[in-house]
Design a binder for this molecule. Structure first.
Ligand SMILES: *[C@@H]1O[C@H](CO)[C@@H](O)[C@H](O)[C@H]1NC(C)=O
Ligand SMILES: *[C@@H]1O[C@H](CO)[C@@H](O)[C@H](O)[C@H]1NC(C)=O
Ligand SMILES: *[C@@H]1O[C@H](CO)[C@@H](O)[C@H](O)[C@H]1NC(C)=O
Ligand SMILES: *[C@@H]1O[C@H](CO)[C@@H](O)[C@H](O)[C@H]1NC(C)=O
Ligand SMILES: *[C@@H]1O[C@H](CO)[C@@H](O)[C@H](O)[C@H]1NC(C)=O
Ligand SMILES: *[C@@H]1O[C@H](CO)[C@@H](O)[C@H](O)[C@H]1NC(C)=O
Ligand SMILES: *[C@@H]1O[C@H](CO)[C@@H](O)[C@H](O)[C@H]1NC(C)=O
Ligand SMILES: *[C@@H]1O[C@H](CO)[C@@H](O)[C@H](O)[C@H]1NC(C)=O
Ligand SMILES: *[C@@H]1O[C@H](CO)[C@@H](O)[C@H](O)[C@H]1NC(C)=O
Length: 471
């Protein structure tokens, strides 16, 4: 088996950063990145003090709404941003007592098939366009002759995959709180069918389906940071990192009578402003419950974690290298990571007896025998030992997923449920890296990377669980 890695794979977890072509916007970009970093950092801090044991099935405490009503949104951008949207949608569904219709995870290694945030109509047509070609191509084998999308011109679309969230994450706690329905397409007509909303048959454009429809309440954000939802009637916020423009009371959302609330985007960690302590606690419990649950992925990661010395016995690091400001800033990122790492490693361990062994690989077993600090790096670098050589030459016992090729075998042959022709391995890599570093004693981060932020948060969840449940 040849071990290949997909370039930019971690970037698929990252915020979709606008490509600003002009140098004079560079400072703006830095400011935006800083704000993004601090806002994700703030939300991480805010969760920490309210860590509590997950309670079994607390009942929603809001008054009931009669008849089943639905809530849904459109996914966009990369994995981690889709996860943020999902979490916000779960909160809003719970607070409005609506069944949440969950769109699938969108995944494609091709940047051309990335679906960035766009206004409602563009986003909808992008999603349905890709889906249409993908589905047409899946029929090409059956009847090649008449399908216009069967030529190799469209072969890129084969890499576009939709994955049911429940295949990867544990929804058992959430399903005790709200009703969820997974969907695997974006057609508005199919959405109406799920919600039992009548469809006018003559014209099925989005405009027509939404126009004068008493069953559907559409919330259109005029831009990515338009509406911010508030869980109390107090819309005051001294959150200086708040990017959102217009307050929207969740209590107003609850009053909507329409069968379906359809919102274009729920992007962003700051999308919901929390002031109600009960809701903050519920949200923390929900976030903690939403853990990776894919059994084979967990098996593989546990085996690697054990090989590294077990939970909390090695140090996890994330170094993002491959794109955007991270690529340009790589030297600084590496130096910063090394500074952070020095805080964890005994300064004497390297300098005295092993000065000649610097620049040499020490086997994991020897690292354990010599009681060296073991470091595991999650990275999108294709050749970590070259690209991150400064880290490898500063610390003797540094490893990456490439050092555990045999452990990964059980994941190699898994194919997507929705497309048996495509292997899932490239989708698994970043999740595997995430699981490994978050099982360490701590996570050393690349600043302003959302992947780093999520790994650090995931580490807190795992550590908290071990403390309270006494593993
Ligand atoms: C929530 O909505 C359902 C209908 O979908 C209704 O039967 C139920 O009573 C409501 N429950 C609460 C707690 O609001
Ligand atoms: C998505 O829409 C944008 C413009 O709205 C377009 O430039 C892009 O090519 C579309 N992508 C796909 C895959 O349809
Ligand atoms: C194939 O593409 C056409 C539009 O070109 C679309 O009407 C049709 O629904 C697609 N088929 C499938 C199975 O998606
Ligand atoms: C494939 O398409 C051709 C041309 O439209 C048609 O004659 C034929 O019956 C189709 N075959 C199948 C198996 O659908
Ligand atoms: C479909 O409906 C929309 C909105 O009502 C209208 O603008 C459009 O012209 C209609 N298209 C067709 C093909 O009838
Ligand atoms: C907002 O300001 C008040 C008083 O100035 C302060 O107590 C509170 O901690 C601040 N909240 C945040 C989120 O900064
Ligand atoms: C190292 O630890 C010290 C003391 O805890 C802290 O002040 C410093 O910021 C840390 N350095 C880095 C790079 O994390
Ligand atoms: C460390 O091991 C790797 C893989 O076995 C090898 O490619 C690399 O050259 C080694 N590096 C050094 C400095 O020995
Ligand atoms: C994966 O599939 C190949 C053939 O496609 C097979 O030779 C190999 O044994 C399989 N590996 C595992 C771990 O199942």
């Amino acid at each position: 088996m040849i071990f290949t890695r997909e370039a930019l794979k971690h970037s698929q977890f990252e915020a979709n950063k606008a490509k600003l072509p002009f140098k004079n916007l560079f400072i703006l970009l830095i400011i935006i990145s800083l704000i993004a970093f601090f806002s994700s950092f703030m939300s991480f801090i805010e969760l920490t003090p309210s860590l509590n044991i997950i309670k079994s099935n607390p009942k929603p405490y809001y008054t009931p709404i009669k008849e089943e009503k639905f809530f849904t949104y459109l996914p966009h951008s990369q994995f981690h941003n889709q996860l943020i949207e999902l979490k916000n949608a779960i909160v809003l569904s719970y607070l409005t007592n609506r069944t949440l219709i969950i769109p699938p995870i969108l995944h494609s290694p091709s940047s051309e098939l990335a679906v960035p945030y766009q206004p409602l109509h563009e986003l909808y047509y992008n999603l349905t366009f890709i889906e249409t070609i993908k589905k047409n191509r899946s029929l090409c084998k059956i009847n090649h002759s008449r399908k216009r999308y069967c030529s190799s011109e469209f072969s890129e679309y084969d890499s576009f995959i939709m994955i049911n969230w429940e295949e990867i994450f544990d929804f058992s706690w959430i399903k005790n709180q709200i009703k969820i329905i997974n969907r695997n397409d974006f057609s508005m007509v199919d959405l109406y069918k799920i919600c039992n909303i009548p469809i006018k048959l003559n014209n099925n454009t989005l405009e027509d389906l939404l126009q004068d429809n008493k069953n559907v309440y559409v919330i259109i954000n005029n831009h990515k940071y338009h509406y911010r939802f508030f869980d109390t009637d107090d819309t005051y916020t001294n959150d200086t990192s708040n990017k959102y423009e217009t307050p929207y009371l969740i209590s107003d959302l609850r009053k909507r009578e329409e069968k379906l609330i359809f919102i274009d985007t729920l992007f962003g960690n700051g999308r919901i402003d929390y002031k109600d302590e009960r809701i903050i606690e519920w949200k923390s419990n929900m976030h903690r419950s939403l853990k990776i649950s894919h059994p084979i992925l967990l098996d593989v990661s546990n085996n690697i974690v054990n090989e590294l010395g077990g939970f909390g016995n090695y140090l996890g690091v994330h170094v993002r290298t491959a794109d955007g400001s991270f690529k340009d800033n790589l030297e600084n990122i590496i130096d910063n990571v090394i500074e952070q790492l020095k805080n964890y490693t005994q300064t004497n361990s390297k300098t005295d007896d092993k000065s000649d062994s610097i620049n040499e690989n020490i086997s994991l077993n020897n690292c354990k025998l010599k009681n060296e600090q073991i470091i595991f790096i999650a990275t999108d670098a294709l050749e970590p030992r070259k690209k991150l050589s400064k880290i490898f030459s500063t610390f003797p016992c540094v490893f990456t997923i490439g050092d555990f090729k045999n452990f990964i075998d059980p994941l190699r042959n898994i194919t997507y449920t929705s497309d048996k022709n495509v292997k899932m391995l490239n989708f698994f890599y970043p999740l595997l890296d995430l699981l490994i570093i978050s099982n360490g004693m701590d996570v050393v981060v690349t600043h302003s990377s959302t992947f780093s932020g999520f790994a650090k948060y995931y580490h807190q969840i795992l550590a908290f669980e071990r403390d309270t449940l006494g593993f």
